[in-house]
Ligand binder design. Structure first.
Ligand code: CA
Length: 393
């Protein structure tokens, strides 16, 4: 058995990663932390609850992670994320609408009322919100004229309003909140017998390390993020999206000494999901199969519209990281001490680029292991079959 904590910005491929772990008998999923990125952290928590409910795994705890990057007071989803993941992160498909009628009736929801169904599927997230709202914390943000907002990784300075100040205070509290503390506690308790799988920005992991530096020697991390040999996938095509959201956090994590397996675009762009995969899940004739097929149809359409190279299929970013956390033989790893550049135009690179760390080039211990090759046929077949099994169960 492999013990795991999943940290996600849920997200269609985050959902597929979560489902892959649910479908894997060798995975013991301790908890799911929802962070910002493809959606807000609160929407990620909502999505995690809803997906776990649909797949009958409400026993797995869901926590709220960081609500904004380490460098920003506030976070707003950018238009690009909504284009690939839908406004709700799940391709505008609502998992609650795929619950059996009995379950829908049980919570007194009309299946046409997607907002109410979402809320009902997200009791835990509502609790978290209530906790944040009721926590008596001195407001830092309220005393500043301007706040720094990240719009999908791009910096925007905004005049402080009372509403934004409240959100900024909640975001500041989230850096030491339940999700971050869950990661700290899991590593302190289980050491190297737990793997943290992070498929969003690295803000939560960075916050955990800053809160509890003692966890670093035992921190085993598998991330979806970065790119070493390929173009990036945002803006200037140099950066990968997860890293671009919080380059400072990624840089601190890479340079912390923690053991990081990096599943980047080098390999995820080799592992493609096709309409035939979705058809296979739909052919199970189950509500869960219909949910996955409907959700990924949005993702496949968006990828096809974005780049002709994705006419062959849509990249399985986050599911590959989940799969490698269980079976490292799926990839070939290149050991190197990595860093993330945090500034553009200073003669040293591009903010958000992942690259070898020249200051640690000669150090014998290499803390990062970057996947550069992948057995794509073996992984994609396993992915398709395991999810089909999960739908049919
Ligand atoms: Ca993700």
């Amino acid at each position: 058995m492999t013990r795991l904590v999943l940290d996600v910005d849920t997200g269609i491929d985050d959902t597929l990663a979560l489902c892959y772990l649910l479908a894997s008998p060798e995975a013991e999923l301790m908890g799911v932390v929802g962070t910002y990125g493809n959606v807000t952290a609160r929407d990620s928590v909502r999505n995690n609850h809803a997906v776990l409910r649909l797949f009958g795994r409400e026993d797995i705890p869901v926590m709220l992670g960081c609500e904004a990057p380490s460098w920003a007071d506030l976070f707003e989803v950018d238009e690009g994320c909504a284009r690939f993941h839908g406004a709700n992160g799940l391709g505008n498909v609502d998992p609650a609408c795929y619950l059996p009628d009995d379950d829908a009736a049980e919570v007194g929801e009309s299946r046409d009322d997607t907002n109410a169904a979402h809320d009902a599927a997200c009791d835990g997230a509502a609790d978290v919100r209530d906790d944040r709202a009721s926590a008596a914390r001195p407001s830092v943000a309220a005393f500043r004229d301007r706040l720094t907002k990240s719009v999908g990784g791009e910096r925007v300075d905004v005049a402080t309003t009372a509403a934004d100040a409240a959100l900024a205070d909640a975001a500041a509290a989230s850096r030491e909140g339940d999700g971050v503390r869950f990661i700290v506690d899991a590593v302190r308790k289980h050491g190297r017998d737990v793997t943290i799988v992070a498929t969003g920005p690295l803000t939560d992991v960075d916050a955990a390390i800053r809160l509890a530096p003692d966890i670093v020697p035992n921190l085993r991390l598998v991330i979806m993020g970065g790119s070493l040999t390929q173009e990036g996938n945002c803006y200037d095509l140099i950066c990968e999206t997860n890293i671009f959201q919080d380059p400072e956090a990624a840089n601190r994590v890479f340079r912390s000494g923690a053991d990081v397996t990096m599943i980047g675009l080098d390999v995820t762009h080799q592992c493609l999901m096709t309409r035939a995969d979705a058809d296979r899940w739909r052919a199970t004739g189950t509500r869960r199969g219909a949910f996955l097929a409907d959700m990924v149809r949005f993702y496949i359409n968006a990828n096809e519209a974005s780049d002709p190279i994705f006419l062959a299929g849509s990249p399985l970013h986050d599911p590959l990281a989940a799969a490698v956390s269980l079976d490292p033989t799926l990839v070939g790893l290149f050991d190197v001490n990595m860093m993330t550049e945090t500034a553009t135009g200073n003669g040293h690179g591009f903010r958000g680029r992942t690259i070898g760390d020249p200051t640690r080039l000669r150090e014998p211990r290499k803390t990062a292991h970057v996947a550069l090759t992948v057995d794509a046929p073996r992984f994609t077949a396993r992915f398709r079959d395991r999810l089909a099994g999960l739908c049919a169960a």
